[in-house]
Design a protein around this ligand. Sequence first.
Ligand code: AMP
Length: 441
Amino acid sequence: MSKFDDMALKPEILKALNESGYERPMMIQERAIPIAMEGKDLIGCAQTGTGKTAAFALPILHRISEGRRPQALILAPTRELAIQIGDSFEKYGKYLSIRTATIYGGVPYDRQIRALRRGSDVIVATPGRLIDHVKRGNVSLKPVRYLVLDEADRMLDMGFLPDISQIIQYVPAREQTMLFSATMPPEIRRLANRYMKDEVRIDAAPPSTVAKGITHRVYAVPRSLKSRLVGKLIEDEPIQSVLVFTRTRKGADRLAGYLTRKNLSVTSLHSDRTQGQRQAALKGFRDGKFKILVATDIAARGLDIPTVSHVFNFDLPENADDYVHRAGRTARADATGFSFCIVAPEDIDLFNTLEQQVGKETFTWSSHPGFDYLDEPKDSHRADHDRRGRGGVNRTGRGGRAAVAESRSPRKSPAGPPAAPKSSTPKKPFGRKKSKSSGRR
Ligand code: AMP
């Protein structure tokens, strides 16, 4: 089956898909939709960017009937993802008379209460706020027939398991449960065993597999020069839009401040910002008002930002799954893109682990004019770092006064116009450990 027309979806849905420019189903849709249309429980092992939203939204929209509301409940880990899923339901259901309410925390209750009391066919929600509404009597979930747990692994990581279990108690009449997750750790399997029946499992892509079409480059640089390198790369590389990941909220603010001072067009997204600021940042980035979005991992999952050409890992993620999610912000829907890792000596052990998990062949070491640190042994960097001292970040890699260091020149003066990045597979910056199996050629 390779066409939406063959899936017996309502003509109103086909019309909306046609208008959205969807010519044929993506792999997860091709496999999941027929199963979901039969009403079977379903586990989709799929990372973001695979088209999983339509994989559950289209069958739900097709099967919702006149009657008591709400009939479908979608749970998502973050507000941004909930908003995005709500928008998708509106887009695909635009020619059906279906109402969607999107419920999440960090905003006043009034509008949500009005939407819930008015009655919605589909509720898309983050768990905590939804429970508040149920407890306050603003909505009853008893009529819900279709339940979706989206980004289930992320919800569990965020500690939502008790909330999910409670919400499941609120939906005793559910006929179908669909669970989507990028990874399948044992807790997810336990969740499925507990709440699903004869579920069919569909793998859109194996876990920890980076999407095709992404070029992964690694840049070696002392920690104190990371921001400076990021600024230079953004200035010199043909970058349309870039999502930069930092580990901490403070780190995101610091880097965004630095890039702003360089007159680059930048905004930031993390959980210290108000919901209004977060939405404005995301919208501004989506609409092209800002070229750079500096974010913590809250933005790594599920967000659909179709125009991202580059992802920068200013701080490396803690594990391969997070890397896959971050990199997955580019090359969405089968396009191509770049994921850059900015690696300081302090990061090298984490990078080695990441490389082992994601696959050695994925990464290419590169350097940028003025930042040629590929051959430097780790210890000389440390010494250099410590000598330059105050501006650097302390040995734990946290805190420090990086901003001071940013005002200094790179150790080697920038050399003329930017050249194409040097691909340097044979090098071992910072005394990288040789892998037992092969080492770098
Ligand atoms: P998702 O993984 O659900 O966030 O979808 C990733 C992107 O693919 C979104 O921008 C969708 O609008 C887009 N998309 C989903 N299904 C299709 C399709 N069949 N054809 C083209 N684009 C699609």
